[in-house]
Design a protein around this ligand. Sequence first.
Ligand code: AMP
Ligand code: MG
Length: 393
Amino acid sequence: MISVAQAIKTVQNNIEPTDSFELIEVSKATGYALFKDVVSKINMPPFRQSAMDGYALCLNDELVYQLIGEVKAGDNAHPILKKGDAVRIFTGAPVPDTANAIIMQERVNVNNSTITIEETPSVNTNIRPLGEQVVKGQIALAKGTTLTPAAIGYLTTLGIEKIEVHKKPSIAILVTGNELVEAGSDLKYGQIYESNAAMLTSALTTLGFQQITNYKVADNYQDTLKVLENIISKHDVILVSGGISVGDYDFVGKALKELEVKELFYKVKQKPGKPLFFGKKEDKVIFALPGNPGAALTCFYIYVQLALQKLSGNLNFSTTRIKAKSESNFIKKGDRAQFLKAIYKMPNVEILEGQNSSMLHTFASGNALVYLSEEKGSININDEVEVILLPII
Ligand code: AMP
Ligand code: MG
């Protein structure tokens, strides 16, 4: 059994960004990572721009200027200013070549065809220089950058419509268990509604993964072997739910061995989620998650998310970990590291009731996990604790 830290490192060390790319529209690229540097085809700004509503001046030593015209945003106007001339100008408007400072309108007294200022501004005040953000031919955004809303906006300001991004993986979710029935059907004695597929799909789509296919199999070795062989051949990432523990009807481990999936770890010294398997077959990534829903989701956020982000080329994004003051006591039993379902409400965190790995009833209103390392003991109210913020919407 390995530690949480070793397990995280093992995931990091065994996953490389995919070397396949696709050309997609910038407007649809949120969450993708750039496969190549993006070079700007224009200067940004493309012309000297006014940063203020005010007056463009051709500076001289006097405080009174002749008002000779007006330029507003979008105008294709080129008034020529001599020393001592001014034009009315607005934010975003092109600054005439012969103007060398903008003074904001609040600092100006207007009298018919002249304006008076209190103090001469320095050269280039309130002028956004040509190419201030990026110069034509320069790298606008580097390879590997994750496309956030700001990045989408930035690329679009450069007039870029399509970009090459790392392909996102095709993901299979395989749920195992004889007891599982679909929501909508009647529950017979001994049955429960299958929930991990919907839960994991929701977690995946929240992170921007769309290519998801659901499979299910009964607790039967031959069927498990057959379906796993099929989905490993078809998908890049396989998330198995359940059947990886040590019960007589847990066949996933045996089937993965038979299929020569290389085990990178099995069992992590943590609660919940001890029976977690991570392995690879060539480039295919396989996680077998514990069937208990609370444990499956915790393992997803700590390990699967990391693997998927790295696989998709998102190298500079990681789980958000912060420190917060605990509003709750928690008595730790045993020596495993723990991930505790919690609600973070700045600046405090509340540890929820119902920490069993089978439970979702309080996790359902949570937004965070409190991490208690192996070495850490119980938590007292007002202790500073480590909080993992979950990407929940
Ligand atoms: P397992 O890991 O297969 O031993 O399952 C552990 C527990 O999780 C059992 O109580 C299962 O009934 C439950 N479980 C397994 N898979 C699911 C699922 N897909 N949805 C809801 N509960 C599940
Ligand atoms: Mg099972």
